[in-house]
Design a protein around this ligand. Structure first.
Ligand code: COA
Length: 158
């Protein structure tokens, strides 16, 4: 059955729920607190939430840096409530982040656990390639991360 959800800017009132989801999704990897999310918004990073009705079921965040024409973006986080995974929410959130990066023609970087097949599959399907390995990147688990990158979207001239 199709899931009815909407993607829109994350609100301060969503942050408690984000922290709750983090504790489930990233239990062994230093999950972010509500105040950590607030700090992300304070920095002006681009954060989105996915809601079904009033319930927040996913969230995602992107930072951008650099001068116009030479921008880099970084996916800071992406998570979907396990109850609602596998129904297109993660894809919709990632696409919305990438739309933003493409508007700025920014190359996009991210780190992902080397054992996270679902996320790696999602990123690969959206043009990301593995460009490096960061050993013991995640703490306290000590899990390794791949660095993945997606080229900047270049406007076609023909
Ligand atoms: C990764 C995550 C965000 C995907 O969200 P989701 O809503 O379940 O994903 P979607 O239903 O939108 O699936 C999109 C694509 O992801 C990939 N994918 C999703 N689940 C997968 C799985 N279990 N195994 C392999 N690929 C998977 C597929 O490419 C899929 O496309 P397809 O349906 O055409 O095959 C979600 O699994 C999650 O929150 N995981 C825990 C947190 C996390 O690891 N975040 C990423 C940190 S870098």
């Amino acid at each position: 059955m199709t899931l009815d959800f909407r993607v829109e800017p994350l609100r301060r009132t969503d942050l408690r729920r984000c922290a709750e989801l983090e504790r489930v999704l990233f239990a062994g990897d230093d999950p972010w607190s509500e105040s950590a999310f607030a700090g992300e918004l304070d920095w002006g990073h681009y954060y989105l939430g996915a809601h079904t009705g009033e319930l927040l079921i996913g969230y995602a965040g992107l930072s951008m840096a650099g001068a116009p024409g030479d921008m880099e973006a970084s996916v800071h986080t992406l998570g979907v409530d396990p109850v609602w995974q596998g129904r297109g929410v993660g894809r919709a959130l990632l696409r919305a982040l990438l739309d933003r990066a493409d508007q700025a023609r920014a190359q996009v970087f991210l780190e992902v656990r080397t054992d996270n097949a679902a996320a790696i599959g999602l990123y690969a399907a959206h043009g990301f390639a593995t460009i490096g390995l960061r050993r013991r990147y995640y703490q306290p688990s000590g899990a390794d991360a791949y660095t993945m990158s997606r080229p900047a979207r270049v406007e076609e001239t023909t």
